[in-house]
Design a protein around this ligand. Structure first.
Ligand code: UD1
Ligand code: MG
Length: 457
């Protein structure tokens, strides 16, 4: 088998997106388009992966990191000019190079592998991945001769009316003999409607030199969508969502209403978990077996243990154990670490807090910058007072503590193991273990006081 290389085109501004954000960074199911492409390409056996960057170069580089090598295309003179920039890294190497556009986020590794195989079997110098689609508007068309062999690609804008009738399109993915590619690129001109150096022109150049040029038509036309505007972006999102949801369902996850469930491309979900409508699961979230998530919940970049329930709640960048009950209407903010068997109930906000096994905050609490031990009960309306307007301070609640309702724990403060805090207390000093702490004014009942005021006639 020959050496394999890849070039990903990601330098364009994406004018048709009408956006400040560079096109290939627009997310599809929460992940930038170019990241989708790179993730698929890296599944193939590739020696050198080169991404051509230009607009938003630093952002693209920051996102992809060391998954790729980079070449800069300072001026966007067209897709052929873009590939030319990779000459610095790939020029003169023996092998096959796959070129993929950074705006085709749905393309899968399996399809690219089939393209490689087809190309290698035919010993072609170039093989285009093509697809037949209902509405080919905007795509390059595949022009075949009377024997059905590929002659060239004509861009939509340069096509005659008759050529525009052709519904076999260039998906923007190709395999080339690496050496032949960089030789042919030298002969590409910008003599066309857009005044750009078109990569598809390489096909005609090689064909005219008598080389073997082939097309591999994929049945998976849904993979080949090129995202040039927001309408196509929404379409890609829809297809990707459907694909992701189907994968989870096939793996044993129940999704009550797939059309109203939004699962990111990198999410893992255990068997027998049920996802209720209106749920969004994002980032590199991992959900265990047998959980119940939703309805109307958002989980981002978090780990959730087995048989945990998250109802009508938000969990961000946190870790949640097994058999935990969250919600309805709870908010777990970043850097929280919730152990097994915990209950976080109605209208409770947790931020940067550790919550020990079996502890509970069942109603109307704010627990921020806190370390809560195990078997702690935090009564309704109790809060940690973590902020003095300038700095944040830590509240420590040790194991087996009972915090009475509506207490304020003014940090920094420690409530010792096994102690009780009386309801309505404002605790400003440490509480020793096993103590009862009451920090509120004493109740005074003034007998018959109302009559003395003589307010009642
Ligand atoms: C391109 C193809 C078209 C194909 C379609 C598939 C060309 C000339 N046309 O058209 O045949 O049907 O993709 O989706 O190749 N880019 C650069 N530098 C440049 C220009 C573009 O890096 O100078 C990058 C863009 O960021 C983008 C990709 O190349 O990721 C494709 O460019 P785009 O302008 O979207 O080409 P299309 O008009 O979609
Ligand atoms: Mg495009």
């Amino acid at each position: 088998m020959s050496n394999r290389y890849a070039v990903i085109l990601a330098a364009g501004q994406g004018t048709r997106m009408k956006s400040k954000l560079y096109k290939v960074l627009h997310p599809v199911c929460g992940k930038p388009m170019v990241q989708h492409v790179v993730d698929q390409v890296t599944k193939l056996r590739i020696q050198d992966l080169v991404t051509v960057i230009g607009h938003g170069a630093e952002m693209v580089k920051a996102g992809l990191g060391d998954q790729s090598q980079y070449v800069l295309q300072e001026q966007q003179l067209g897709t052929a000019h873009a590939v030319m920039q990779a000459n610095k890294i790939l020029g003169g190497k023996e092998g096959v190079t796959i070129v993929v556009c950074g705006d085709t986020p749905l393309i899968r590794a399996e399809t690219m592998e089939s393209l490689f195989k087809h190309h290698e079997e035919l010993k072609a110098k170039a093989t285009i991945l093509t697809a037949k689609i209902d509405d080919p508007t905007g795509y390059g068309r595949i022009i075949r001769n009377e024997n059905g062999l590929v002659e060239k690609i004509v861009e939509h804008k340069d096509a005659t009316d008759a050529e525009r009738e052709i519904n076999e399109i260039n998906t923007g993915t190709y395999c080339f003999d690496n050496f032949a590619l960089f030789e042919a690129l030298k002969n590409v001109s910008n003599n066309n409607v857009q005044g750009e150096y078109y990569l598809p022109d390489v096909i005609e150049i090689l064909k005219k030199q008598g080389e073997v040029v082939s097309a591999f038509q994929t049945e998976e036309f849904k993979e080949t969508l090129g995202v040039n505007d927001r309408v196509a972006l929404a379409e890609a999102e829809w297809i990707m969502r459907e694909r992701t949801n189907e994968l989870h369902m096939r793996n044993g996850v129940t999704i009550i209403d797939p059309a109203n469930t939004y699962i990111g491309a990198d999410v893992e979900i255990g068997q027998d978990t049920v996802i209720y409508p209106g749920t969004m699961i994002k980032g590199k979230t991992v959900i265990g077996l047998g959980c119940e998530i939703g309805p109307n919940s958002e989980i981002d970049s978090s780990v959730i243990g087995e048989e945990t329930v998250v109802r009508q709640s938000v969990v961000h960048k946190s870790s949640v154990g097994a058999h935990v009950n969250i919600g309805p209407f709870a908010h777990i903010r970043p850097d929280s670490d919730i152990s097994d068997d915990v209950k976080i109930g109605n209208f409770v906000e947790i931020k940067k807090a550790i919550f020990g096994k079996g502890s509970k905050a069942s109603h109307l609490s704010y627990i921020g910058d806190a370390e809560v031990g195990s078997n702690v009960n935090i009564g309704c309306g109790s809060i940690t007072v973590n902020y003095d307007g300038k700095n944040k301070f830590l509240t420590k609640i040790e194991d087996d503590v009972f915090i009475g309702c509506n207490s304020n724990l003014v940090a920094p403060v420690t409530v010792g193991k096994g102690s009780y805090v009386a309801a309505g207390s404002t605790i400003t000093k440490d509480v020793p273990g096993d103590a009862l702490s009451i920090a509120r004014s004493q109740q005074v009942n003034k007998e018959n006081y109302v009559q003395k005021l003589n307010l009642k006639k």
